[in-house]
Ligand binder design. Structure first.
Ligand code: MG
Length: 394
């Protein structure tokens, strides 16, 4: 990792792609608290026009994008004159390339974040990445393009942000690392007996013990697919072989992740469970500022507990490890198959264990490309995996 200290103290002029979701609204909270370090220059949302218009007016942005083109006129009526409305996937790329901006926060779900990420890199904007898909599907491509362009890739996912902080505290860099240890809350079924998992309802799967998030990621936390995606994300972000990426269950979600170094020492990052922490650090890195965040009082905590994940009962972690070992487009296939399986679970078409059983079937029947350095190849295999899931479930 090489980061330019010359950018220290710069005011980030940020484009937020995905401003009405949970990461986007937390990012705006951060912007309100540290206005001298963060200015919001453009906002994009999928379809929530009312919330997007309200945000645009509050932050006085001159560019907004609505991904759902049918909502464009409705949005225009809600905005003051002088605000340019961009639409669709092309609009997201236009925002990522705005001359006014020096950073793009990618917090849109799904594959929609890929092209704007690459566009931002071309325009030499630093990236704050919250969308897992970007690094899972195209980690090699994105990280190599970012290196070539001298662009910073700052992780906003709490675990990766924690590892990023720990690595930054060690000037020896990643060559001195033994293991990255991602922590997982374990989700609502941490103690559920294996035979009960087949009866899990959607409502039960949506009850996350520590974090409030969108539906897809909450179900991914319950199946541990979220942690699987994060293993692959970590492998790319930090250039560490997947064999050195581990997971520990930590139900309190206070230790956000750890790094084990060659000498056996562990560094960890701890804070309250609030996404404003990683977002703010990505904005002010390598400095720290007072963002009026809730302080952690260790003396008030009765327990910080760690245990091994149940790899046999929740196969997502082994499936992720296999995808990362195979490389190429296999991680994109892992991601796409899971996304479609989750959709089928939400629609009541498959059981909770049906999610990983579906992904396992896709693994048996699909042949990935060995290189994932072309966006078109990645998207083609993403599509192939989704099609296969539909065939398997029809
Ligand atoms: Mg996370």
């Amino acid at each position: 990792m090489c980061y330019d200290a010359g950018r220290m103290g710069t005011r980030r002029r940020v484009v937020i792609l995905g401003s009405t979701g949970s990461i986007g609204t937390s990012a705006l909270k951060v912007a309100r608290r540290i206005p001298d370090r963060m200015e919001v220059v453009a906002l994009a949302a999928h379809s929530n026009v009312a919330k997007l218009a309200e945000q645009a007016v509050e932050f006085g942005v001159r560019h907004v994008c609505i991904a759902d083109e049918s909502k464009c006129d409705e949005l225009k009526r809600m905005l003051p004159s002088g605000v340019t409305v961009h639409v669709g996937d092309e609009g997201l790329c236009e925002l990522a390339a705005l001359e006014d901006a020096n950073m793009v926060l990618i917090s849109i779900i799904g594959t929609a974040g890929l092209r704007p990420t690459l566009r931002a890199i071309e325009e030499r904007k630093d990236l704050a990445i919250a969308s897992k898909e970007v690094l899972v599907m195209a980690g090699e491509l994105v990280m190599s393009k970012a290196r070539e362009a001298g662009v910073q890739v700052l992780p906003v996912d709490s675990e990766h942000n924690a590892i990023f902080q720990c690595l930054h505290a060690n000037p020896g860099g990643s060559t001195e690392v033994n293991r990255l240890i991602l922590t997982a809350s374990g989700g609502p079924f941490l103690r559920a007996p294996r035979e009960e998992l087949k009866n899990v309802t959607l409502q039960q799967a949506l009850l996350h013990p520590t974090w409030k998030m969108g539906q897809k990621i909450t179900i991914d936390c319950a199946t541990l697919f979220n942690k699987g995606l994060e293993m692959i994300e970590a492998r790319h972000l930090f250039g560490i072989p997947i064999a050195q990426v581990d997971v520990l269950v930590h139900p309190q979600s206070i230790v956000h992740s750890l790094v084990e170094f060659k000498d056996g020492s562990l560094l960890a990052q701890l804070s309250c469970s609030d996404m404003c922490f990683p977002i703010q650090y990505a904005i002010t890195f390598p400095q720290r500022v007072d963002g009026h965040l809730k302080q952690l009082h260790l003396e008030d905590m009765c327990d910080l507990h760690f245990e091994r994940p149940r790899l046999d009962d929740f196969p997502a972690l082994n499936l992720a490890r296999r995808a990362a070992e195979l490389g190429g487009t296999m991680p994109a296939i892992f991601n796409a198959a899971n996304e479609e399986a989750v959709r089928a679970f939400v629609a009541g078409r498959i059981s909770f264990p049906g999610i990983w059983e579906t992904v396992q079937k896709v693994y048996e029947q699909i042949s990935p490309h060995s290189s994932a350095m072309e966006l078109d190849t990645i998207l083609a295999d993403d599509f192939a995996a989704r099609t296969l899931v539909h065939q398997l479930l029809s």
